[in-house]
Design a protein around this ligand. Sequence first.
Ligand SMILES: C[S@@+](CC[C@H](N)C(=O)[O-])C[C@H]1O[C@@H](n2cnc3c(N)ncnc32)[C@H](O)[C@@H]1O
Length: 247
Amino acid sequence: MLAERLKLPLHQAETEQAPFVLELTRDGLQLRWTTQPKMQPLTLDYTRGAQAWRQKLGGGKQEAVVRAIGLGHNVRPSVLDATAGLGRDGMMLAHAGCNVYFLERHPGVHALLDHAIHQFQEAHAAEHWSSKRLHMLPAGSLLEAAPLPNHIQSIQPDAIYLDPMFPEREKSAAVKKDMQFLQALVGPDLDADGLLAVALNLATYRVVVKRPNKAPFLAGQTPSAQVPSKKHRFDIYIKKAYPKQAV
Ligand SMILES: C[S@@+](CC[C@H](N)C(=O)[O-])C[C@H]1O[C@@H](n2cnc3c(N)ncnc32)[C@H](O)[C@@H]1O
């Protein structure tokens, strides 16, 4: 049963009040915000809509996240997306050719992402790149256990990507619906600073951190380089250069 597999409480009746409920409908898995009935439920579908279109194009090297991870002529680094969220950035990297490992600690967000990734893989033939490049890890965190569990240690990612929730992200209508959901469901990631040292230890070549333009550096640590974008910047912490031949 889905609730059991996801280790989430099963709500039998509409009358039970939980602020967020995951529902498996004919259209797929959706997250409903019960205290905001005017909000359309949040669904994740990488197979259609604007997101699929953007990602197809975004596989191009012009996307800031792709440039920050640093894809070269022969370089397609493996990436641990350690704050995977709704997987938009990770999917972009996978479209661009990276092997991406998605790690997310919030069980509801993890469930949506897991479902969307499976759905995307199932929509394509077995030999499609998605079955080789997309790896959903069990719900968890780089901050949970020391030493890290084997299924994380053994990845030995070339790069780690971090995009924790920033406490002062705008609350205005300008914030996209999915971000509003995340802000309300997950809240600010107040322990985010701790991620940088663990990530720098685990990544072979670099760690990339997405920050709102106005935000201070994660853990107060100055990056080696930056890639700017409209509202965000990508802080790059380089441990060593990628080798010239394929990674
Ligand atoms: C801003 S969202 C990430 C958005 C993502 N980059 C995307 O493109 O959809 C941040 C996510 O990171 C998750 N997160 C924060 N700290 C984490 C940690 N230490 N381990 C795992 N997940 C974490 C939060 O639960 C949240 O879902």
